[in-house]
Design a protein around this ligand. Structure first.
Ligand code: GUN
Length: 283
């Protein structure tokens, strides 16, 4: 079998065009969706991420504020800023870029963001609502994955989904979201025994471990849908996923590439969540 490659980049472009039109309609009604991103410190990778978010917002006509704070910002100063943004009627989505410097308690900062503006879907209230299967802000990467599966008409109900990786941002929530859609979900991680036996049972395999070419064709069931969430930069500067793409291509029915796969969907879902927040706040 030669898999169909799911290009998130193309889908993301289509969705962003639709969002651009939606933002324009909202603006005519006096609602100007606004995403405010806070970054503390000067980590180059994080800066490049947040500038990407800013560019993407602006491209669809969304207002975007990037607040760059020095590494020396105190925990309390950051909490005070979040509090003022919570009360700012013009701000609909608040995103605090992670990781934060060590002297700042990340959990307290996430919990300080109003759940109404939690466009990352990281607040415990958002997570709790997701666990309960209630309407809420869903975290962007998992939401992007589900959108890709739905767009391709890939059935989820009744399928065995195996999630390799258990991060708060991707692994844990994507498993829960697939369970909410009636998949049978198995989580695997670095301490899982006989992991290959489980991986080979996966109808849908989500790989989010951050290790280049960690999964090869012999760990994949014939015809599986393989979603590669890994973004690994090799020494020569090239980006590669967690799955050995060339060999997996021969085994899977669908596969996402890296780059141009899941990545572009993440920012797209951030824009989606911000528009949703703006609509909810003004409804
Ligand atoms: N750091 C890396 N990815 C993310 C993300 O999706 N949201 C936030 N807030 N920080 C990140």
């Amino acid at each position: 079998m030669s898999a169909e490659v799911i290009y998130g980049r193309e889908l993301a472009n289509d969705l962003r065009e639709r969002m651009r039109q939606e933002v324009s309609k909202l603006s005519e009604q006096g609602v100007h969706p606004n995403l405010t991103v806070i970054i503390v410190g000067e980590d180059p990778a994080s800066l490049s991420y947040v500038r990407g978010k800013e560019r993407a917002s602006q491209k669809i006509g969304m207002q975007s504020n990037l607040i760059e704070l020095p590494e020396s910002t105190s925990h309390q100063e950051l909490l005070d800023l979040v509090d003022s943004l919570n009360h700012n009627q013009d701000v609909h989505g608040i995103l605090v870029q992670l990781p934060l410097p060590e002297h700042i308690n990340e959990d307290e900062v996430i919990e300080a963001i109003s759940p109404k503006k939690d466009v990352d879907g990281f607040h415990p209230i958002s997570i709790g609502r997701m666990m309960a299967g209630k309407e809420t802000f869903l975290p962007c990467t998992p939401l992007g994955i589900l959108t890709m599966l739905d767009e391709k008409g890939i059935e989820i109900e009744g399928k065995h989904a195996v999630v390799l990786g258990r991060s708060r941002i991707v692994g844990k929530p994507i498993g829960q979201m697939l369970l909410n859609r009636n998949a049978t979900v198995t989580y695997c991680h670095s301490k899982t025994n006989q992991v290959d036996d489980i991986l080979r049972q996966a109808d849908i395999l989500i790989v989010a471990v951050g290790k280049p070419s960690f999964i090869e064709a012999d760990q994949i069931k014939e015809g599986a849908v393989v979603i590669d969430v890994g973004v690994n930069r090799l020494e020569d500067g090239t980006l590669t996923g967690d799955v050995d793409f060339e060999s997996a291509l021969e085994k899977a029915s669908y596969i996402t590439p890296v780059p141009r796969g899941v990545g572009p969907m993440t920012i797209t879902m951030l824009l989606h969540n911000t528009i949703k927040a703006a609509k909810q706040i003004h409804s």
